[in-house]
Design a protein around this ligand. Structure first.
Ligand code: ASP
Length: 359
């Protein structure tokens, strides 16, 4: 497998200058947990999430409550345009949110998809997990369930997101995002290219967060506003157990951010955990799934000139003993490194991802 070592010292990035960057060093599996420290791992936008999760784990919180409280912070932040309140809307200007949670000790799961007007879908997914015999509620049913559980209905489209969406809308052309019968042109590739041409933000956003307590109990969550400008009703990987999130209390947790369609078609989260169950360290477990996705990506519009996937995708893994890892295909186009967030029980920092490709 052609990949770089993920262990390098991180350079400061202006936007995250105040966040400690990993003085990256090899994981020592088992060491952290042996010292009785809870640990949490998240996507790069999850520094506040891992801090909150570990704070709660230290107080004896259930691991699932801890990680959901962590991602709630990002869901409620209007400045994060990839999750919850302030998330970029679908092509009709409606914010539709997806989330799922999984509880290691009971192996129970809960999820909501395409839920509208509820700011914290991860908390609704937690209610589905704890208060129903179901796993996944969608659309209007999910919203009514949330309201019955006491969640407030509110407008999630911020002025900032509305203006961006309006610009997008004004620039629509006859080439919409639907796949023509005789044409294999992808939705994501087109949406991304169109947003880029207009200078508009395009998000494969999402936050994934997992946590393990000092006893080795695991909880994991993924929550998102999904693909920007998506076709209404589109469901990504984030609310699908085994895709954007999975955990097995005997092994660990795996989650993803990025092109959900690729994760769904690879059962990505499940594969990450299975790889760890088969003996891979967390980083290797993530890289193997990326390789699997690459090997199964056949559509020409999703491949670059080297035949590698041209979309964004990241996997995150946390093992029961506290070892962790994160990986993606490659660095940013401008050579900038990519990061995931970790709280190792002592401090929170951004850790550089491993890369499947050198360039
Ligand atoms: N995975 C999410 C989805 O496909 C998007 C993302 O991570 O940005 O809905």
């Amino acid at each position: 497998m052609n990949r770089r070592s993920f262990l390098t010292t991180a350079a400061a990035l202006p936007a995250i200058a105040s966040i400690p960057m990993a003085e990256a060093k090899p994981h020592e599996p088992g060491r952290l947990l042996a010292q009785g420290r809870p640990i949490s791992v998240s996507s790069g936008n999850g520094i506040r999430a891992v801090e909150k999760a570990v704070e709660l784990l230290r107080q004896g919180s259930d691991p699932l409550d801890a990680v959901v409280a962590g991602v709630n912070i990002v869901e409620s932040d209007p400045e994060d345009m990839s999750v919850g309140y302030g998330g970029l809307p679908n092509e009709r200007g409606v914010v539709q949110l997806d989330s799922c949670v999984m509880h290691g000790p009971t192996h129970k799961a809960g999820a909501v998809a395409c839920i509208e007007n509820i700011m914290n879908p991860a908390s609704v997914a937690l209610k589905v997990c704890r208060r129903t015999d179901h796993v996944l509620l969608v659309g209007e049913g999910a919203k009514q369930f949330a309201i019955a559980q006491g969640f407030k209905e509110e407008d999630l489209l911020t002025e900032k997101a509305r203006k961006i969406w309006l610009r997008w809308k004004e620039n629509l052309n006859p080439n919409d995002d639907w796949l023509n019968e005789d044409q294999i042109i992808g939705d994501a590739g087109k949406l991304e290219a169109r947003a880029e041409a207009l200078g508009l933000p395009f998000h494969y956003g999402t936050i994934h967060c997992s946590g393990v307590d000092a006893e080795g109990n695991i909880g994991s969550v993924t929550t998102t506003s999904g693909l920007s400008y998506k076709i209404p009703g589109r469901v990504g990987d984030s609310p699908l157990i085994g895709a954007g999130n999975f955990c097995d209390n005997a092994v660990g947790a795996g989650g993803s951010t990025g092109r959900g369609e690729a994760v769904i078609q690879s059962c990505g989260g499940f594969q990450v955990v299975q790889n760890m169950a088969n003996g891979d360290d967390p980083t290797e477990a993530c890289l193997k799934v990326l390789k699997w996705v690459a090997d199964h990506t056949r559509r020409h519009d999703l491949l670059n000139s080297k035949g590698q996937p041209n979309f964004s995708l990241r996997f995150y893994a946390l093992r029961k003993d506290g070892a962790y890892g994160g990986a993606c295909f490659r660095k940013n186009a401008n050579g900038n490194k990519k990061y995931f967030a970790v709280h190792d029980g002592e401090k929170a920092y951004l850790h550089e991802c491993a890369y499947l490709y050198d360039d």
